[in-house]
Structure formats: structure tokens, C-alpha cells
Design a protein around this ligand. Structure first.
Ligand code: PBG
Length: 327
């Protein structure tokens, strides 16, 4: 049927019709909320490059996670800021069963048992070099790092983590972590793999938040080249084959084509990480009065669903969930 019988605008006539024919929807269950944790008591520290986002001590992180739950959020992704004196080249502190991550997981699981707790698994917050792996002669060692990541994952599982989320991009780590979890008696602990994680400038504000910027060089020998998409598909398929329960693409908006390609290549759920720099851009433009923050947030988030993402890690999780509840 052609114009004038076919008129695309008929389906846009009223809010009710538009609601009926919407192809994608956001729901609070779509969101994973990152939570930054620091040592101390009653600490709530602002992060300069991430307006309205904070680092919390464990006691206040519990209140924060409770309020995320009240907003309808089902999952949190924990990151810790490690004091400089505990950093070394082999991730010793990452394996400490009484370390900040392990204590945080225990406390949150106990206080809010329904919340799905995911933990970041990578060495950079623990590394004196700010790299995601063990450094030798200026190179990042793959296999030695994978061994530590597997032990770190078991340590998080012991503390009660529901999912471990390796964000390091070493080769073979998903298989090694899966095997270590099985052997350690944690068959139900899941793995959300950062499968296609690009070497991106958009992580800048996050590195401020955790004081984890690389001390030398960059992360290009392990994180992916932004020019590649077939490689992302291969990484995601490899991780799925090694036992990843969820695969992730990161960053978000500049990589929607990658989300779509990965969605079509794997059967496991696909997550996308709407990263710190993307958050900061919206916040900064909104502060200047150049963009409407809420509309920019919702339009970004629905774009992830349209591209094929099942889950969205985003610093807007609470705000978006609250908005969805009230509308
Ligand atoms: C570190 C890690 C990073 C992020 C999540 N885990 C930074 C990096 O790789 O340098 C970025 C998150 C964000 O920017 O929001 N393994």
C-alpha cells in the first residue's frame, strides 16, 4: 500500500498508540548499578568527574544498595578503591579474604539477600602499576595474571558473590575462572565476561573514581582496538565457549554496532556498559543547560535495548529506575 493509504504517522497519533506499538521498553530489571566502595566508616565521597556519584564506605554502601533495591534494581556491580600501601605488582591484596571487596560482598549479601551481587575481577585497583595484569619488563603477563584472576574469583565466590565480572581482557581467563569455581565448590557462581572491552578514552572518570589510571603506557595490548568489530564477535564467542553466562560489550553508545553483532553471534544474554565518560558527557552538558539530562539518559538507555542488549550497566540505574516507576 502506498501513500496516501499508507501513512506512517497514523501510528504516532497519540501517546496511547505510540505506547502500544513501541518495539522496545526499559524496565528496572534491565539495569546493573555500579557501586564504588572505599575504606572507612560513614564515608560518602563525591567523584569530581562523575557528578552525583559517590564512593561509599561499606556501612553506607549498604544503605545505597537498599535504596537501589527500593527503586527496583536487581543487581549491583562492586568496585573497590584500594589504599596505595596495599598495592603491589602481583595483586596480593586482591586475594585477601578479609579485603575490602570480600567484606563488602559479605555485608551486602547479608543485609540485602535478594540483590544479585557482581564483583569486578581485575588487578588494576590493586596494581602498583595501574594495569590489569602482572607487569614484567614493561609487558603485561597473560598466563600468570589469569592464575591470580581465577583465585580472586574463588575468593569473591567464597565471600558470597553471585557473579564475578572479569574486566581485564586477558586470554583464557573465562575458562580458567570457570574451572576454578567448579573445583572450588561454586558451580552456581556465574561469570559476566567483559568480552569486547575496548581501549577507550571514555573510562577516564572511572579511573579518577578508583585512582586506577595506568602508571605507564596504555591498555592497548589487552583491551581492544576501536577499529574492530569482527574481533569483538570472536572474543564474545570464545568467552561463551569457555563458559561465560553473560557477555558484555564496553563502552556503550559508541559501540552499538558491536552490541548488535555480538547479540546475533551468541545465545547467552548480552550486557552493555554505559561507561563513566558517557555519564560525564550527559552530566556536563546538562549542567551547562545544553541538554535535558533525563531525556538524554532515557534516549541513550533505549538505544542499548534497540541494539540488542539484555542488560545495561549504567551510573543512571537508580535515576532511570525511579523515572520508570513514576511514569
Ligand atoms: C578496570 C575497569 C575499568 C572500567 C571497569 N573496570 C577501567 C579500565 O579498564 O581502565 C571502566 C568503567 C567505566 O569507565 O565506567 N578493569
Amino acid at each position: 500500500m502506498n501513500f496516501p493509504y499508507a501513512r506512517g504517522r497514523r501510528l504516532r497519533t497519540s501517546p496511547s498508540i505510540r505506547e502500544m506499538v513501541a518495539e522496545h521498553r526499559l524496565h528496572p530489571s534491565d539495569f546493573i548499578a555500579p557501586v564504588f566502595i572505599t575504606e572507612g566508616k560513614k564515608v560518602k565521597e563525591p567523584i569530581l568527574s562523575m557528578p552525583d556519584y559517590f564512593r561509599y564506605s561499606v556501612d553506607l554502601a549498604i544503605d545505597e544498595v537498599k535504596s537501589l533495591q527500593d527503586a527496583g534494581i536487581r543487581s549491583v556491580l562492586l568496585f573497590v578503591k584500594v589504599p596505595d600501601e596495599l598495592k603491589d605488582n602481583s595483586g596480593t591484596e586482591a586475594l585477601n579474604s578479609g579485603g575490602l571487596m570480600q567484606r563488602s560482598v559479605q555485608a551486602i549479601r547479608k543485609a540485602i539477600p535478594e540483590m544479585v551481587v557482581m564483583t569486578d575481577v581485575a588487578l588494576d585497583p590493586y596494581s602498583s602499576f595501574g594495569h590489569d595484569g602482572i607487569v614484567e619488563d614493561g609487558r603485561i603477563l597473560n598466563d600468570a595474571t589469569v592464575e591470580v584472576l581465577a583465585r580472586m574469583s574463588v575468593s569473591h565466590a567464597e565471600a558470597g558473590a553471585n557473579f564475578v565480572a572479569p574486566s581485564d581482557m586477558m586470554d583464557g581467563r573465562i575458562g580458567a575462572i570457570r574451572e576454578a569455581l567448579e573445583n572450588g565448590g561454586f558451580p552456581d557462581t556465574g561469570i559476566m565476561a567483559y568480552s569486547a572491552k575496548y581501549a577507550s578514552v571514555f573510562y577516564g572518570p572511572f579511573r579518577d573514581a578508583l585512582d586506577s589510571a595506568p602508571g605507564f603506557g596504555d591498555k592497548k595490548t589487552y583491551q581492544m582496538d576501536p577499529r574492530n568489530v569482527r574481533e569483538a564477535v570472536r572474543e564474545a564467542m570464545t568467552d561463551e565457549a569457555e563458559g561465560a553466562d553473560i557477555v558484555m560489550v564496553k563502552p556503550g553508545l559508541p559501540y552499538l554496532d558491536v552490541v548488535r553483532a555480538v547479540r546475533e553471534a551468541v545465545d547467552v544474554p548480552v550486557a552493555v556498559y554505559h561507561v563513566s565518560g558517557e555519564y560525564a558527557m550527559i552530566k556536563a552538558a546538562a549542567e551547562k543547560g545544553w541538554l535535558d539530562e533525563e531525556q538524554a539518559m532515557l534516549e541513550s538507555l533505549i538505544a542499548f535495548k534497540r541494539a540488542g542488549a539484555d542488560l545495561i550497566a549504567t551510573y543512571f540505574a537508580r535515576k532511570a529506575a525511579q523515572k520508570l516507576k513514576s511514569s
